[in-house]
Write a protein that binds this ligand. Structure first.
Ligand code: CU
Length: 183
């Protein structure tokens, strides 16, 4: 019991000192995921870590199978038939698409979402080098910042991402989208 208490005290102290050090940066964000009918099918909660972001995915009603999963560069899912307003992946200019691509990956590349027969996905995943908001040392338009001037959006595709083929790993149509918003 004593050990547990001291651990808790330490982590509270760590969080306090971290929030003092990055006072300008948001430490969490969330996204409401909608399908091609514009219906909400789940949420993704995001927490900022020191070197990247932790994402908690909780979505129901997806087709079973593997689906390409990315962060796209514009926070706009209003055209729910096709979700083209969200544009392409967040990326530095020189990076190619694909977690397995020697010239990649793009900052918005994520592992496939593997959906079981019941259509429900509840997972946690981590992406290195992403920031919810720009830290003071960064350019405000840094493409690895989620809440930059035009925002960003999660995108789920119809087909698997092969993590190599340009520009989206052959992942096909866009079947679900969620604008990332500050909490
Ligand atoms: Cu995509």
């Amino acid at each position: 019991m004593i050990k547990t208490l001291s651990k808790t005290a330490l982590s509270v102290a760590a969080v306090l000192s971290m929030s003092t050090g990055v006072a300008m940066a948001a430490d969490s964000a969330m996204s409401s995921i909608i399908n091609n009918a514009g219906e909400e099918i789940g949420t993704i909660n995001i927490k900022q870590g020191p070197e990247g972001v932790l994402m908690n995915v909780d979505i129901k009603g997806l087709p079973a199978g593997a689906h390409g999963f990315h962060i796209h560069s514009v926070g706009d899912c209003s055209d729910h038939d096709h979700f083209k307003m969200a544009k392409g992946h967040i990326s530095d200019d020189d990076d190619k698409h694909g977690l397995l691509n020697p010239e990649g990956p793009e900052a918005g590349d994520l592992p496939n979402l593997i959906v079981p027969e019941n259509g429900e996905v509840a997972i946690e995943l981590y992406a290195h080098d992403l920031e919810i908001t720009a830290s003071e040392a960064d350019d405000a338009d840094d493409e690895e910042v989620l809440l930059d001037a035009d925002g960003s959006a999660f995108m789920i595709h119809a087909d698997p991402d092969d993590h190599m083929t340009q520009p989206i790993g052959g992942a096909g149509a866009r079947i679900a989208c969620g604008v990332i918003k500050a909490n």
